[in-house]
Design a protein. Structure first.
Length: 143
């Protein structure tokens, strides 16, 4: 049985408007205990701001805390449909070198999946289930 993204995604996604400052976005992330916020513009997900962005795009370039998130967010946004397989998700994450993927259905943000969610899936279940998952991963790596 193929595991689907919708079965492992988090439904609650922390979002910010594209005009919010990076200081306010950082506070929202800290208060919510999350490593990213999805950036919205007129109710459409247009980017993502991650902890990695704070290091590489903000601190490294000494951006003022008053900078709008739209100037430093990662964009274009890489998303996945909730009906896609977890294997497809893992492939996107590997090829794009990303750790957080918003889940979008018909242009509407419906969730988010992180590498932690994938790890949780792989570490759940019996030893035989783990062996089966590991075998599938190894087969996919060979092709």
């Amino acid at each position: 049985m193929t595991e689907l993204v919708q079965n492992i995604m988090k439904h609650q996604v922390i979002t910010v408007d594209s005009t919010v400052t990076i200081k306010d976005a950082a506070k929202i992330m800290a208060d919510a205990g999350v490593g990213c916020v999805v950036v919205m513009d007129q109710n459409i997900a247009v980017g993502i701001l991650t902890e990695r962005d704070f290091v590489r795009k903000i601190a490294a370039h000494e951006k003022p805390l008053s900078t709008p998130v739209k100037e430093v967010m990662s964009s274009p946004l890489i998303v996945i449909n909730p009906d896609e397989s977890v294997w497809e998700l893992a492939e996107i994450m590997k090829l794009r070198r990303i750790h957080k993927v918003p889940v979008v259905r018909e242009s509407r943000l419906v969730g988010i999946v992180t590498t932690t969610d994938l790890t949780r899936l792989c570490s759940a279940g019996s030893d035989s289930e783990m062996r089966r998952i590991a075998d599938q991963i190894l087969l996919r790596m060979k092709s």
